[in-house]
Design a protein around this ligand. Structure first.
Ligand code: ZN
Length: 75
């Protein structure tokens, strides 16, 4: 992952693991399972507040297997 903030370069980072969907919210990682969908590792810079979003390492294969995700091709 990261060792410093991608916006300001500070190393005071705070991390939490959170779900990628909720009962009333959007499903941000579709197709990764309804019982235990892929989770995010959210890293917030304690200096500037910039948020870095990662899929949890152990859940990355769920995203790769999801038929909702395709190779990104910038237009
Ligand atoms: Zn920062």
């Amino acid at each position: 992952m990261i060792k410093e903030c991608q916006a300001c370069g500070q190393t005071h980072l705070l991390a939490a693991t959170t779900a990628s969907n909720g009962g009333y919210g959007p499903n941000l990682l579709p197709g990764t399972g309804s019982w235990r969908p892929a989770r995010f590792e959210v890293v917030v810079c304690g200096k500037c507040g910039y948020v870095h979003w990662f899929v949890q390492k152990e859940d990355l294969d769920k995203v790769k297997r999801s038929k909702h995700f395709r190779p990104y091709r910038p237009s």
